[in-house]
Every structure is written in structure tokens, then in C-alpha cells.
Design a protein around this ligand. Structure first.
Ligand SMILES: Nc1ncnc2c1ncn2[C@@H]1O[C@H](COP(=O)(O)OP(=O)(O)OP(=O)(O)O)[C@@H](O)[C@H]1O
Length: 517
């Protein structure tokens, strides 16, 4: 709405209290004030629009002021014909947000003073986040239930455009295209690759960058961000704190660049990157062997787990581990140290000292280098002597993770940290009475999984998994199936870069971590 009403037409800056914080319209009949965490607008037109209503009839007095959290403000500018425009989002429901715009004519107020006010508003709205990111957007039209293009057009694009992002959009036509695009991407032309998909397309993007001769520069320079359009959407849950496309789009606009640990997998002659998880056993099968139930959305995973609990299947194997934290109390104490460290002084870029030193050591690496060398060799090499090897005859699940939530209501790795240089490892036996097994799996949703006595929770920096006595089976790397053969994994601290809402994972951490002394 452009307010041509003379009452609101003249714009002047209130000079008395705080010259750059209050923009006064018509000597006080309407004003826009920049408070610590919100923009406050006092204006009759807005008050009328925001008046409480019952069955469409306005009730109660006009609100004296309307507040806009800075997080919701996407852009502000003054047009050539001297109209102040402020684009922002409003929440329509928990899962839907929409863009709206305020417009006020500047009248006879000086443009440069209004421009300074706009600059302060933008500083408050973006904080450490980069404005107007240049994004390569990849959309998998077949992700999840198949609505990615629609979600992009209705929920995401309007928010990105209102935030004045510079967009280059590709709807993928075949599997592997994300990998190809990122191998050839001009990494100086983009700040972020945004995948509108499930976690599979994100896996392709990490691996596309990983195959480049300048893999390390690519992974450091161009952030990767996720708009949830699949069925699991782990990346978005952990980084954006949402599995809905609109709120995630806002989180991406306001997201801060954050280093993330990545993992190298070697199998046979191949090496690939993983950002999310590796699994063998009930979890891998519940995901990979239920493709025919895709129409069920995220429910297909629950159905897959229940089917396998009743079949009492076990997965014989040898597991060799480079263990760093061997029990839950060590893991909980480690998590507390990391979270307490987040309160530590930040450097200029808003990074914790730990993160800054991590990037410093990374940046010592020559630009143009490929992936870091493997510290422990490959799956074809002799096992390092200090690794601990255990033979399992009745393993039920091997699950190694780098993020907390694997799907909505599935916070398996509650102690996962974004760049602690460690992988979280969960194992449990398969010869467990059915009811106890059901209780174990339902404890994931109730938040009691971490403390369940049937679960072993450790942190490792490397491991090797060797299946035994099975002709075939399922191994999942970030939800993608690889051959049923031995594989080895090691973590690369802070090798990748993502956009995250708050510089860490959004999950709450293992139960009662705050109470560790
Ligand atoms: N246009 C396309 N046609 C077919 N396959 C595609 C296309 N674009 C991407 N893919 C492939 O689809 C696979 C799965 O993608 P994605 O994770 O985005 O969706 P999903 O599997 O439905 O999501 P979720 O993992 O949450 O179930 C990826 O491995 C990717 O290679």
C-alpha cells in the first residue's frame, strides 16, 4: 500500500532522541522506531489493518503500535520516486509464512537521512548474515511426494526475491545432475547452492564439489543450504530448525556461514563424501528397502522399522573403531563443553575462537587443492593398530551420524555437534525381545533414546565396517544405497560450509546436558 494521504505524506527524521533510530512521519502522527530487537511502527493505516477482528468485524481499540522482529524483515529501500518500502514475512501458520510490504512516501524529508535509517534497519535485520546472496538453486521435481517445484514457486521464491537475492534456478532432469553442475560451477560467481529436495540432492552437491581439483576451496567458499522438499529433510531440520519450506527459506536468507564436519567413505577403489549418516541394519533397511512405500511420506520409515523388528533380523559383522569418547557421560560432558564454548568471545566475523582457528588452519591449505589426504588410509589398507575391533554375531543396528535429527521426530544423534571433528556412533543388538525393541525405537520420538540402556552411544573419528555371512544387504550413506561390501570412514573437521540459523544444530542436545558439572 502506498500512503498518499497527506497525514502520512511528509516524512521527517525525529532528531531529538536518537537521530538514526526514529523515522517520523508528519511530525509524529506516524513513526517507525528501531528498537533493540524489533521495528516498531505507529501508523494509523497499519493499526487499522491489524485491529482485532471477530467474524470479520473489527473489535476493541486500534493497537497503538505494531512490531516487526528484525528476523522477519527481508529488505528495505527507497525507490527512485522516494517511497520507503519494507518487505517482511508474516506467519500464517506454523508451516506457512508469506511476504508482505509496507510503503510510505518520503514526502519532503531528506533522502540521505532516510537512507541512513534504512541502512541501520538492514544492519539490524541481517546482523552477521550476508545480504543479497548469489544463489544457484537446484530443484529436484521428484523429491519426496513430488511437490518441490510448487513449493519453490509459492513458498520460497517470493521470500528470496523479496530479500533481493540473485537467483540462478535449475530444475534437475536426471539423477546425478546436481553432482555434474557442482563439479563445473564457477565458485566465484555464487555464495550459496540451495537445494530444494530431500537430503539426496545435498549429498550430490557435496560430492560434486568433492570431485573438483579445487575441492577444498569450493567446499569452503560456496555454502550449501537446504529447502526441505523430500520425506526426511534432515539437513533442513538441523540447520534451519524446520521441515517446512517457507520458514526454511527465511532461515536460509538469514542463515550464517558455518563450518561443518564432513566424512570420507572409501569402498573398493571409490572415495565419496558423506555429510549426514551411514547405516547398516534395521535403519538402513527401513529406509532403503521401503522405496515402494514412498507414497506414505515419512511414515514409510516407521513402517519399515516395525516390519523388521518383528522379523528379528540380525546383521553379523566386524566393526573396527577409532574411539574418542567411549560412553554417554563422556559424550554429554563433551557436548556441554562445546555449547559452553559458544558463549566464548567471538571474532569479527561472529565466529567462536574455536571456529576461527579451525578456518585459519583450513585456509593455510593451498587454494586449488583437492580433498584432504586420508589420515587412516582406505578400506583396502591394513587396519591401524590403535583401532578397537569387535565381532558382532547379532548386531541389530549400526548407525553413525553427523547431524542430530534424521527426520521429523527422529533425533537419533542428540549429542551431534556441527564441527567438533567427531562422528556420533549408535549401535544396538538385534536379539532383543520385540516389546523392548518397539520401546527402544519409540524412545527416539519421546527423547529418551540417548539414555536407553540398550543403546551404545560413542564418538569416533574413524571406523571400518565389514559385513559377515550375508550375500547381500543394505548400506546407506546419507540415504543413498552403496554396494554391500566393507567400507571405511573418517571425519574431516570443518571441511564443508553450510548456512545455519544460529551457527550450530537446532536440536536441544542430549537430555540434561546443562546439569553436567
Ligand atoms: N530430475 C530428477 N530425476 C530423477 N532423479 C533425480 C532428479 N533430480 C535428482 N534426482 C535424484 O533423486 C535422488 C533423491 O533425491 P532427494 O533426496 O532430493 O529426494 P528424496 O529421495 O525423495 O528425498 P528423501 O531423501 O527425503 O526421501 C537423488 O539421488 C538425486 O540424484
Amino acid at each position: 500500500m502506498t500512503d498518499s494521504n497527506s497525514e502520512f505524506a511528509a516524512v521527517a527524521l525525529a532528531r531529538e532522541a536518537s537521530p538514526d533510530r526514529v523515522l517520523t512521519l508528519n511530525a509524529g502522527s506516524a513513526s517507525l522506531t528501531l528498537r533493540d530487537d524489533v521495528l516498531v511502527v505507529q501508523a494509523r493505516d497499519l493499526a487499522k489493518r491489524n485491529r482485532a477482528r471477530f467474524c470479520g468485524v473489527a473489535i476493541g481499540a486500534l493497537p497503538t503500535e505494531i512490531t516487526f522482529p528484525y528476523y522477519n524483515i527481508l529488505w528495505a529501500s527507497i525507490t527512485p520516486d522516494r517511497v520507503l518500502e519494507i518487505d517482511y514475512t508474516t506467519e500464517k501458520s506454523k508451516s506457512k509464512i508469506r511476504c508482505e510490504r509496507l510503503q510510505y512516501s518520503l514526502g519532503n524529508a531528506p533522502t540521505d537521512a532516510a537512507q541512513a535509517w534504512v541502512e541501520t534497519l538492514l544492519n539490524n535485520a541481517y546482523g552477521q548474515a550476508q545480504r543479497r546472496r548469489r544463489a544457484k538453486v537446484l530443484i529436484n521435481p521428484h523429491a519426496g511426494p513430488g511437490g518441490a517445484v510448487n513449493m519453490w514457486e509459492h513458498d520460497v521464491r517470493p521470500i528470496f526475491e523479496a530479500a533481493r537475492m540473485i537467483l540462478d534456478v535449475v530444475v534437475t532432469t536426471h539423477g546425478g545432475e546436481g553432482d555434474e553442475i557442482c563439479q563445473a560451477l564457477d565458485i566465484n560467481a555464487y555464495d550459496v547452492v540451495v537445494v530444494c529436495s530431500g537430503d539426496g540432492l545435498a549429498y550430490e552437491v557435496f560430492n560434486g564439489f568433492g570431485k573438483r581439483p579445487d575441492a577444498r576451496s569450493a567446499l569452503q567458499k560456496v555454502a550449501i543450504a537446504h529447502i526441505p522438499c523430500g520425506s526426511g529433510n534432515a539437513m533442513s531440520l538441523n540447520l534451519n530448525g524446520s521441515h517446512h519450506s517457507g520458514p526454511s527459506a527465511l532461515a536460509v536468507v538469514k542463515g550464517v556461514r558455518t563450518s561443518i564436519d564432513l566424512m570420507s567413505i572409501t569402498q573398493g577403489p571409490r572415495r565419496m563424501l558423506s555429510f549426514l549418516s551411514q547405516s547398516v541394519g534395521i535403519i538402513a533397511e527401513a529406509d532403503l528397502a521401503t522405496e515402494h512405500l514412498r507414497w506414505l511420506g515419512s511414515m514409510r520409515f516407521d513402517v519399515g522399522v516395525v516390519q523388521r523388528i518383528f522379523s528379528k533380523k540380525v546383521y553379523p559383522c566386524d566393526i573396527s573403531l577409532k574411539i574418542e569418547l567411549e560412553n554417554k557421560s563422556q559424550v554429554r560432558a563433551h557436548y556441554k563443553r562445546i555449547r559452553d564454548g559458544e558463549q566464548a568471545p567471538k571474532d569479527e566475523g561472529g565466529r567462536s575462537t574455536a571456529e576461527a582457528s579451525l578456518s585459519t588452519s583450513d585456509s593455510r591449505l593451498e587454494a586449488g587443492e583437492g580433498l584432504p589426504p586420508l589420515r587412516f588410509g582406505t578400506v583396502n589398507d591394513k587396519l591401524p593398530e590403535d583401532w578397537e575391533t569387535v565381532s558382532y554375531d547379532k548386531l541389530g543396528s549400526f548407525y553413525c551420524g553427523n547431524m542430530a535429527w534424521m527426520a521429523p521426530n527422529a533425533n537419533f544423534f542428540s549429542a551431534a555437534c556441527i564441527n567438533d571433528g567427531l562422528m556420533d556412533l549408535i549401535t544396538n543388538d538385534g536379539d532383543v525381545p520385540v516389546l523392548k525393541y518397539v520401546d527402544l525405537m519409540t524412545s527416539v520420538e519421546s527423547g529418551k533414546f540417548f539414555d536407553n540402556s540398550l543403546v551404545s552411544y560413542r564418538k569416533v573419528s574413524a571406523y571400518r565396517f565389514t559385513p559377515r555371512n550375508q550375500s547381500d544387504g543394505y548400506i546407506s550413506i546419507d540415504g543413498e544405497r552403496i554396494p554391500f561390501e566393507p567400507f571405511q570412514v573418517e571425519v574431516h573437521p570443518g571441511l564443508g560450509t553450510v548456512l545455519s540459523k544460529s551457527g550450530r544444530y537446532e536440536a536441544a542436545g542430549p537430555p540434561h546436558w546443562e546439569n553436567v558439572v
